[in-house]
Design a protein around this ligand. Structure first.
Ligand code: F6P
Length: 550
């Protein structure tokens, strides 16, 4: 039975009333000098400082009541037990099974998902160790020096982000390249780099695609295979240079990959939740099986916390609730992700897919049009770079954009002074956003002859943020951080009543591209008259340009 619309819940209506007089952050901090202690939650090496959210005890209680009214705990238990939570595709969403410790059991129908995951994990680890140790050799006996991951979306963003984030653990003898775009420049530029540094003979291509039908990845896979052959790899030796990760083992085999070199996963792993599966193969090659186990272990520790902690101390649930407050009651339509850690530069892109593909929905699980907002627009850049680009709007723009600040205390750059400057900036930004500078304060520090400048120099404040602080960015804390966001997204999907595990919204564009593609061919017939005028005009312009250049 589907729940009644969330907007009918008494706690939702109470929150609407509370939002009319949302407390200011200045007042909240003035009222409670221990607010930091009261509003921090810590789990699996991740500390959440939620004190700079505009939430007082009444709002917090109403949010918790809302979570209870939406059965968040029961829905969480169902998710973790392997229930069919993806109702439109009739699938479980068991990414948590991928990080269960050896010896665990988790049945999906007649299959033990935990045992299946462990078997593949061992295969991935054994293969990765061969590559890392130079025992896996190319056709002419050279060890692998370049790994190219061909994938897009969840088959790219997770491994690319994690490999970069954990680069200090990475095998120095191997270089990693992540090619996602169907734009041939992406692959061509990568192959040019490799050609100048050992070439195809020392290159391993991983074709990573859950479906093994994705247009971009298959186009790149075909072009990479042609390059290998052109570069002298004998056809019967392609298996030394091409492996695959997919749920569609037969399609990978049909493409020409030896079955022994296809690393499978299952339909109960969503693309954007797949970095923990064999999709993590490039990461395992990079950091080794032991560090990858630590990455899974960190995620599992967060899973345990999510499963066991009471709502008020439950990090993912509390983070989800502050997001709901900001989105649905304070009217914030965006969320900025600001990692103050250069190696997390790709985290905003990863979280864009995780959040926007999961909860960027407008109908409920049973197909009713929703009467409330869902996922905010996510964007971000590493700090401090973002400060010198879009933070102006965050501080003084007309829209309020909450921010997730993410930082690690320990430094491993070896360059004195940098890390303190980084942390000082991170903390200062959330301080400035929260407390601002009143017009009076701006006037007081402005020379009387320049009083007209005071409005430009004042900051409204009351711009909410959370800070996620790690002691250090390690495989374990990164795993915990990503699992935290996964669970936050799930909790929000429960409250908003959307299916977090499908993505029908990407389909229409794919189908339409299939119709436009043949119209761009040199000998294509004239564009059909039913094509809209804009698309027809753009197609005609391309064809005119090409016929002039022929
Ligand atoms: O188009 C969206 C999407 O289906 C994502 O959900 C997915 O991560 C990506 O495409 C890639 O899909 P695949 O791994 O099947 O190639």
């Amino acid at each position: 039975m589907n729940p009644p619309p969330v907007s009918h819940a008494p706690s939702w209506q109470r929150l609407q009333v509370l939002a009319r007089q949302a407390p200011s952050l200045r007042a909240l901090f003035a009222a409670d000098p221990h607010r930091f202690d009261a509003c921090t939650v810590e789990a699996a090496g991740v500390l959440l400082d939620g004190s700079k959210q505009r939430i007082d005890a009444h709002i917090r209680d109403a949010l918790i009541e809302l979570a209870r009214a939406r059965d968040v705990e029961a829905r969480r238990d169902a998710l973790l037990a392997g229930a069919i939570v993806n109702n439109t595709e009739q699938r479980a969403a068991l990414h948590t099974a991928l990080r269960l410790p050896a010896g665990s059991r988790l049945m999906t129908g007649t299959q033990d998902a935990a045992a299946d995951a462990l078997t593949v994990r061992h295969r991935v680890a054994a293969f990765a160790e061969q590559v890392r140790e130079g025992r896996w050799r190319g056709h002419n006996g050279q060890p692998i020096r370049h790994v190219i991951n061909l994938g897009i979306g969840g088959s790219d963003l997770g491994p690319a982000m994690v490999q970069q984030a954990l680069s200090p653990w990475s095998a120095p003898q191997v270089r990693f390249h992540f090619v996602s775009n169907v734009d041939g420049r992406h692959l061509a530029d990568t192959l040019r780099t490799i050609d100048a540094d050992g070439g195809a003979a020392c290159t391993l291509v991983i074709v990573a695609s859950k479906t093994f039908t994705t247009q971009e990845t298959m186009a790149n896979a075909r072009s990479a295979r042609d390059w290998l052959l052109r570069s002298g790899v004998p056809r019967d030796q392609l298996g030394r240079h091409v492996v695959a990760v997919s749920t569609n083992v037969s399609a990978a085999r049909a493409f020409g990959v030896d079955e022994a070199n296809v690393f499978p996963f299952w339909d109960w792993v969503g693309g954007r939740y797949s970095v923990w599966s064999a999709i993590g193969l490039p990461v395992v090659i990079a950091i080794g099986a032991q560090a990858f186990e630590a990455f899974l272990g960190g995620a599992h520790a967060m899973d345990r916390h999510f499963a066991d902690a009471p709502i008020e101390r439950n990090l993912p649930i509390m983070m989800a609730l502050s997001g709901i407050w900001n989105t649905n009651f304070l009217g914030c339509g965006a969320l900025s992700i600001a990692p103050y850690h250069q190696r997390l530069a790709r985290l905003p892109a990863y979280l864009q897919q995780l959040e926007m593909e999961s909860t960027g929905k407008r109908v409920s699980r049973d197909g009713q049009l929703l009467d409330h907002d869902t996922c905010p627009v996510l964007f971000g850049e590493p700090g401090t770079n973002g400060q010198h680009a879009y933070f102006q709007l965050l501080h003084q723009g007309t829209r309020v954009v909450p921010v997730d600040f993410i930082a690690a205390i320990d430094d491993d750059s070896g360059l004195p002074g940098h890390n303190d400057a980084l942390l000082a900036n991170c903390f200062a930004q959330s301080q400035a956003l929260a407390f601002g500078k009143t017009l009076d304060e701006a006037q007081a520090e402005t020379d009387a002859s320049r009083a007209w400048l005071a409005p430009h120099r004042s900051f409204p404040g009351d711009r909410p943020s959370s800070t996620l602080l790690l002691d250090a960015l390690t495989p374990a804390t990164l795993g915990a951080l990503l699992a935290l966001y996964e669970h936050k997204v799930f909790v929000q999907s429960v409250i908003w009543d959307v299916n977090a595990f499908d993505q029908w919204g990407v389909e229409l564009g794919k189908v339409l591209a299939g119709g436009i593609l043949p119209l761009l061919a040199p000998d294509a017939p004239p564009a059909p008259s039913m094509l809209d005028a804009s698309t027809a005009g753009l197609v005609a312009r391309v064809r005119a340009r090409r016929s002039r250049c022929r």
